[in-house]
Design a protein around this ligand. Structure first.
Ligand code: SF4
Length: 305
């Protein structure tokens, strides 16, 4: 594959794009003003650790990351929950590594940077660079395949149907084609289900860990899924136009000095962190700190779901 193209342009990532689309005001707070909640939700430590285990092929690496992101709490009740979450990482990663074939060659956790282009003129944007990190890109029998790893609490037809429209993976397929001049033949989804069993009152955390690991090992068909999805060249061309339109809308807001609110998103996903600012609560600004955006490109975080 050819070397990456890099330029000093504002980064347009899946996270920034989806935040700005969901609520332009929220995108303005986070990506223009760089405001982050003082008490930030922890990165999803189970998913992040699972990804690390898959990337390295090593359960110990997954657990080491979990321990770094989530040190063991002193409070006993919280420590029990922590031990259960750690057991999920161990059971899920062990089962995944034993279930899924690791394709030789290719690259994992690979970053891309490609200029956005105007689909009508083919000219690169003077403002934005598309950026992100791909779980894996491998050569399977002479064809390039993207690997995408997910962990989920729900695995059903609706979940799979939604993946066909998953913008994040569409972005990755588009970016990989642009950056390396290749054609992506398919996206290989590998999905691990979160556990269906819980610690009982009679069990210690250690006993639950043992039972959980055994459950992941004995019910592989229940916990692990693997399937291909495709992105047509037409859908990637449509995505290129989507991207351009979204950035032009954002630039128009920026020129106008006004970023509209989408109040239908205020209570989604447990409530918007920026509500105190939108409500004009006294002292609301003290709830935020200045923090660089796009941490998903530099930190050990899971970026999906
Ligand atoms: S509180 Fe509502 S309007 Fe304000 S930034 Fe959040 S989602 Fe947007």
């Amino acid at each position: 594959m050819a070397e990456a193209v890099t330029q000093d342009l504002e980064l347009w990532t899946y996270s920034s794009m989806s935040t700005r689309m969901n609520c332009p005001r929220k995108g303005h707070y986070r990506y223009d003003l760089r405001l982050a909640p003082w008490i930030e939700h922890k990165a999803r430590p189970i998913g992040s650790a699972f990804h690390k285990g898959i990337e390295t092929g090593d359960v110990a690496e997954a657990l080491a990351l979990f321990d770094r992101v989530m040190p063991r709490p002193n409070d006993q009740t919280q420590a029990d929950q922590w031990a259960n979450d750690r057991a999920v990482v161990e059971g899920m990663t062990t089962g995944a590594l034993e279930t899924w074939t690791r394709h030789a060659g290719g690259q994992r956790e690979v970053q891309f940077r490609v200029p956005l282009v105007n689909p009508d003129t083919g000219r690169p944007s003077r403002s934005f660079m598309l950026a992100g990190k791909i779980d894996g890109i491998v050569d399977v029998g002479g064809q390039w395949v993207l690997e995408e790893y997910k962990s989920t609490g729900q695995m059903n037809k609706v979940y799979v149907d939604r993946l066909e429209l998953d913008t994040q993976v569409t972005m990755y397929a588009y970016a990989a084609q642009r950056q390396w001049g290749i054609e992506i033949a398919a996206v290989l989804y590998r999905v691990a289900r979160k556990p269906s069993i819980k610690q009982t009152q009679k069990e210690t955390a250690a006993q639950y860990r043992e039972r959980l690991i055994a459950d992941y090992a004995s019910r592989r068909d229940f916990y692990f899924f693997e399937f291909d999805l495709r992105r047509s060249q037409e859908s990637l061309a449509e995505f290129e136009r989507d991207l351009w339109v979204q950035t032009q809308r954002y630039l128009a807001d920026r020129r106008a000095g006004f970023h509209p609110r989408n109040t239908s998103m205020c209570t989604q996903y447990g409530g918007c962190d920026y509500m105190p600012l939108c409500l004009g609560r006294p002292g609301a600004e003290d709830l935020f700190v200045i923090r660089a955006p796009h941490s998903e490109l530099t930190e050990e975080e899971e970026t999906v779901e």
